[in-house]
Design a protein. Structure first.
Length: 65
């Protein structure tokens, strides 16, 4: 009777460890998602700034003609 109880206890411990690891992975994925969203917003802002700078440069180049 000792071996079946030991097997059940080890199985439960294994499932508990897998559950904790799954929760940690979920939290890290959420954090990564937030970082990706923040970075994409920064890239969009940089692209808009570059577009404005290019328009100003184009206007300056036309003034030289």
């Amino acid at each position: 009777m000792l071996w079946p109880m030991l097997a059940i206890a080890l199985g439960f411990c294994g499932l508990a460890v897998l559950g904790v690891l799954a929760i940690r992975v979920f939290i890290e994925v959420q954090r990564l998602g937030r970082q990706v969203a923040d970075t994409s917003q920064e890239i969009n802002k940089a692209a808009e700034n570059l577009e404005r700078a290019a328009e100003n440069l184009a206007r300056t180049g036309e003034a030289w003609r």
